[in-house]
Write a protein that binds this ligand. Structure first.
Ligand code: PLP
Length: 396
């Protein structure tokens, strides 16, 4: 038996493991410390009651012969796919066919599995800093080349820093697969309509496919920031859009998301085939929960939670800026991207925040070379905790 040796290429180092190790060491040395955790981007508020009720009802249906259900469609239930089209796309003037919507167990799996549609010798481009899963999945698929000086030799990295206003330059090579994530994790920044149009034009001219991760779409508030890549002319020919209810509706444990694979990309039938062969479908209960996010009470419930996090983000942004920090993101995103003061490197500032303020953040360099000199803070804590974090930073 020969194993897939690409797994051996993955560096042992994993950002959140290292954060956890430093957290443990700190806690052992300071058992009474009240740590504020702003590193990992997980939601904290409970689900709106109406969504929980919908899931209860779905469980109850399974208890009765008249309403019991067995296997569902691998592509997802029609009721949820219709709800996605009617609520997330039609209001934006985007017409999708129901066969172009694939319900998933969250964005993470699809972002990994989509790589199976492409040949091993395809070239990949990613933003730097970057959500690590896009790279690791291509390492496993054998597309990344060798790990040399902290970068993969066959991947094109597109720097996003304060110097270019976090607008990635168009690739120099002609990548086949381009991963874009907006609103961005980790920087919290966005692209305008015309900036995204440049990317779609590039992809069409170069026969590239854009995998557009919009897991944080619900945080968008600027009118010039597109909610979907399909608002951009030509995107249906060259883009796959991946979305999730994780941050939108607090579903990080429930698990549900969806992926749009337009027929015009030429990939729809392949993805359909892939899902029918390898995917078990999303739990009926999760799908009923997701459907309930589109009812009037569901919409109000999830927007209440999103506005709660947005309030934290804007409080953080204003306070840190008034202290003289350079901070980005935090407007159309739950993440703030803070430039470390005095040119400190990311881990030194991480240790400073941990030891002086007892605050855990995510060091920017963990997301790529261009994240060096930044840290990421999340707005998913409570108002009180966010205020406490601000007070501690002020005192530092
Ligand atoms: N994409 C981005 C940019 C994320 O930040 C995350 C999770 O934090 C995901 C995808 C994965 O989301 P899901 O919980 O839907 O798998």
């Amino acid at each position: 038996m020969n194993i897939n040796t690409n797994f051996n290429k993955l560096p042992d180092y994993y950002l959140f493991t290292e954060i956890n190790n430093r957290k443990k060491t700190f806690e052992q040395a300071h058992p009474d410390a009240r740590l504020i955790k702003l590193g990992v981007g997980d939601v904290t508020l409970p689900l709106p009651r109406t969504i929980v009720d919908a899931m209860h009802q779905a469980v109850e249906e399974l208890a009765h012969i008249e309403t019991f259900r067995g296997y569902g469609l691998e592509q997802g239930s029609r009721f949820l796919r219709h709800a996605v089209i009617d609520n997330d796309y039609k209001p934006l003037g985007i017409n999708l066919d129901i066969d172009e919507v694939f319900i998933s167990d969250g964005a993470g799996s699809d972002l990994g599995n989509l790589s199976e549609l492409f040949s091993t010798n395809n070239r990949v481009a990613v933003l730097d800093p970057v959500y690590p899963a896009y790279i690791d999945t291509n390492v496993i698929a054998g597309r990344a080349g060798e790990w040399i000086n902290g970068r993969w030799s066959e991947i094109e990295y597109l720097p996003c820093t304060a110097e270019n206003n976090f607008v990635p330059p168009l690739p120099k090579s002609k990548p086949d697969i381009i991963y874009l994530c907006f609103p961005n994790n980790p920087t919290g920044t966005t692209l305008s309509r015309s900036q995204l149009q440049d990317w779609v034009n590039f992809a069409i001219q170069n026969h590239s496919i854009i995998i557009f991760d919009s897991a944080y779409e619900i945080f968008i508030q600027d009118p010039d920031v597109p909610h979907s890549i399909y608002e951009i002319w030509g995107a249906d020919q060259c883009a796959i859009e991946v979305r999730s209810y994780s941050k939108t509706a607090g579903f990080t444990s429930v698990r549900c998301g969806y992926t749009i694979v337009p027929k015009a990309t030429g990939l729809n039938q392949m993805w359909q085939r892939r899902q029918c062969t390898k995917y078990n479908g999303t739990s009926y209960i999760s799908q009923r929960g997701a459907q309930a996010t589109y009812t009037p009470q569901g919409k109000a419930g999830i927007m209440h939670n999103i506005n709660y996090y947005k309030h934290n983000a804007s409080l953080f942004l204003d306070s840190l800026r008034s202290m003289g920090y350079q901070v980005y993101g935090g407007v159309n995103s739950p993440y703030l991207w803070l430039r470390t003061p005095d040119n400190l490197d990311s881990w030194t500032f991480f240790d400073l925040l941990l030891n002086k303020c007892q605050i855990l953040c995510a060091p920017g360099v963990g997301f790529g070379k261009c994240g060096e000199g930044y840290v990421r803070l999340s707005a998913f804590a409570s108002h009180e905790t966010t205020q406490e974090a601000i007070n501690r930073i002020k005192q530092m």
